[in-house]
Structures are given as structure tokens and as C-alpha cells.
Ligand binder design. Structure first.
Ligand code: ADP
Ligand code: F6P
Length: 321
């Protein structure tokens, strides 16, 4: 049975492109004659009834903005059956029968619970981590990688002047994709990720050999899920006596205007989610795989670990000799 009225919310860690996705959901829903609502501050707003009608102008001039105009929140109440019931009730009271959730795997779990309570739900992969399977990329990942690459470009200049090593700590909670893609794109000599075991001795040796072979700097990118950049730098200096400076990029990776790739990904996925709801589908996570739009059971998505791209990892190391 098709939906007549939908809501959209953003949840969990925010990411660049969430606004483009919200815009696509609202404008695609209105285009198809649906009523559309926006939920402020994720599941917290859903449970506390912070829900307002949206029109075409509600999402004007936001495609280029980072963050999320609907804001986001982490909400413990949504982890409880009472909170989930209240969320579903608040939607039903407003006649809302469909919900688009833009967030990561935790947010997907909430969407799945609402789907089991009869609300038709669609999940969109909104996180910079790229740790969601059944989509090649998540909304915000491309922008986060471009921020890291830009930072490493700057670091290369000053490291070369002083013939130093630079340890760059990047985000990624439990997933090394930001480190991997930014490492390959910036020509980093070493990429340290949770998915690949590493020995600090090996890192130090590779760095020393690089300088002996005539390199004038060394870039080491470490995903936060492995550990602190400070500890890696100390391990290197203790073993080589060579200078290593540390840069922790932190939340700068989560701000700024989304790249065109993230805006296009978000726009395609937001429109797709609305069309799936209109078809009567529910409990699905939307994604793009080899440029094809796909919808996968949320239960399957949250039970699956995103595969790590070892080919890309090996390529990065081969090319940074
Ligand atoms: P992300 O969606 O980026 O993984 P979180 O893991 O913080 O971010 O989850 C965001 C929100 O989703 C949580 O604050 C909570 O409200 C909701 N949530 C997370 N896990 C569950 C769950 N198992 N059941 C219901 N809601 C959940
Ligand atoms: O999940 C996205 C993410 O940016 C992770 O990469 C990071 O570890 C985490 O969120 C930081 O969470 P918070 O913004 O709550 O500090």
C-alpha cells in the first residue's frame, strides 16, 4: 500500500550531503503529491514530537551547505520499546505513514524497529565513515576524503622543507576507508587501518628506507580506530630518531560544503527512497552499487560488515615506494 505522507530525519554523526538528501526527499515527495514533514534532531525530535510540515522553500539554498538543517542527535530513548512505540505513535497522530532516515548503521536499527511497528521506512547511508555495506559509498565520504587530501597536500610542503615525517590521524570510528582512499589519493607512504594488522617496527623501517632512498618527507595516515597518531609518532621516533609531527584532523572532516559527488549521490538516493516508499516498500537501506540504485533489507545491512578493499590498499603501498 502506497504512502500518502512522509517524514525525513537525520541521525547519528552528521555528514556533508545530508542537506542535499533532505532536499531531494522533500522535493521528490512534493513532486509526487505527498505531504512531507521534517523531524528536528533525529529520533529525539521524533519521540518529543518536534515535527513540522515542509514545503519547496523549506529546503531552498541548502544543497551546498554542510551539516544538517534538521540537526541530529544521539537518543537513548529510541533504544527502548517504549521510545520506539512513542515515535511510531507520534508519526501516526500526524497521519505520517512513511519515514526516511538519513544516518549510519545505528540509525538504520531504529528505522528497522519502526518498520516492524508498521511505519514504512527507508534508510539512506549518511556518514563520512563509508562503513555501510550494500552501497559503494556513503553520503559524506567523498567530501571527508577530499578534506584529508587537501590537508596532506599542505603538510607535504612543510614536511619537505624540513625533511620530516607527518603522522595524520583521520576519522573512521571502526573503518579505515577514509585513511585508505585519502592515503592512495595523497600518495601517503604508509596507511594504518583497523582492517590490516601492522608492526610499528615495519612502519619505522619503511620510513627510514624511504629517506635513505632520497625521499624528502614521509606521510603516515592512521585511522582513529587503530589508535592515536601521537603513539605512532613516538613509536617511529623511538626507533629511528627521526622527527615526526602529528596532525589530528578531527571534526574538520565533518564540515564544509559537500563535493559534487556527494550532492549527486544524496540527490539520487533521496529521490529513490521516496519512489520506493510510494511503491509500498519498507525496511530497506538504499545505496548505489556500480552506479545502480539498490535497496537492501536493513536487517541484512546491519548484520553485514563492509568488506575492506585490499586491492586498493596494496595499490597504495605499491605506488608510494
Ligand atoms: P549512526 O547512525 O551514525 O551509526 P549511532 O550509532 O549513534 O549513529 O545511532 C544514532 C541513533 O540511532 C542513536 O542515538 C539511537 O537513537 C538510534 N539507534 C542506534 N542503535 C539503535 C538500536 N539498536 N535500536 C533502536 N535505535 C537505535
Ligand atoms: O561516525 C562518524 C564519526 O565522524 C566517526 O568517524 C567519529 O569517530 C565519530 O563520528 C565522532 O563522533 P562525535 O561527533 O559524536 O564525536
Amino acid at each position: 500500500m502506497s504512502v500518502k505522507s512522509i517524514a525525513v530525519l537525520t541521525s547519528g554523526g552528521d555528514s556533508q550531503g545530508m542537506n542535499a538528501a533532505v532536499r531531494a526527499v522533500v522535493r521528490s515527495g512534493l513532486f509526487h503529491g505527498l505531504k512531507v514533514f521534517g523531524v528536528q534532531r533525529g529520533y529525539y525530535g521524533l519521540i518529543h514530537n518536534d515535527i513540522r510540515p515542509m514545503d519547496l522553500r523549506s529546503v531552498g539554498d541548502i544543497i551546498q551547505r554542510g551539516g544538517t538543517v534538521l540537526q541530529t542527535a544521539r537518543c537513548k530513548e529510541m533504544m527502548t520499546p517504549e521510545g520506539q512505540q512513542l515515535a511510531a505513535e507520534n508519526l501516526r497522530k500526524l497521519g505520517i505513514d512513511g519515514l526516511v532516515v538519513i544516518g549510519g548503521d545505528g540509525s538504520y536499527q531504529g528505522a528497522n524497529k519502526l518498520s516492524q511497528l508498521g511505519i514504512k521506512t527507508m534508510g539512506l547511508p549518511g556518514t563520512i565513515d563509508n562503513d555501510i555495506p550494500f552501497t559503494d559509498f556513503t553520503i559524506g565520504f567523498d567530501t571527508a576524503v577530499s578534506i584529508v587530501v587537501d590537508a596532506v597536500n599542505k603538510l607535504r610542503d612543510t614536511m619537505t622543507s624540513h625533511e620530516r615525517s607527518s603522522v595524520v590521524e583521520v576519522m573512521g570510528r571502526h573503518c579505515g576507508d577514509i585513511a585508505l582512499y585519502a592515503g592512495l589519493a595523497s600518495g601517503a607512504e604508509t596507511i594504518i587501518v583497523p582492517e590490516v594488522p601492522f608492526e610499528i617496527e615495519q612502519v619505522a623501517r619503511r620510513m627510514k628506507e624511504g629517506f635513505e632512498a632520497g625521499k624528502r618527507h614521509s606521510i603516515i595516515i592512521v585511522a582513529e580506530g587503530v589508535g592515536k597518531g601521537e603513539d605512532i609518532a613516538k613509536g617511529i621516533s623511538d626507533r629511528t630518531g627521526l622527527d615526526a609531527r602529528v596532525t589530528v584532523l578531527g571534526h574538520i572532516q565533518r564540515g564544509g560544503t559537500p563535493t559534487h559527488n556527494d550532492r549527486i549521490l544524496a540527490s539520487r538516493l533521496g529521490d529513490f527512497a521516496v519512489r520506493k516508499l510510494i511503491e509500498g516498500d519498507s525496511g530497506k537501506a538504499c545505496g548505489v552499487i556500480r552506479n545502480e540504485l539498490v535497496a537492501t533489507d536493513i536487517a541484512t545491512v546491519v548484520a553485514t560488515k563492509k568488506p575492506f578493499n585490499m586491492d586498493l590498499y596494496d595499490l597504495a603501498l605499491r605506488l608510494s615506494q
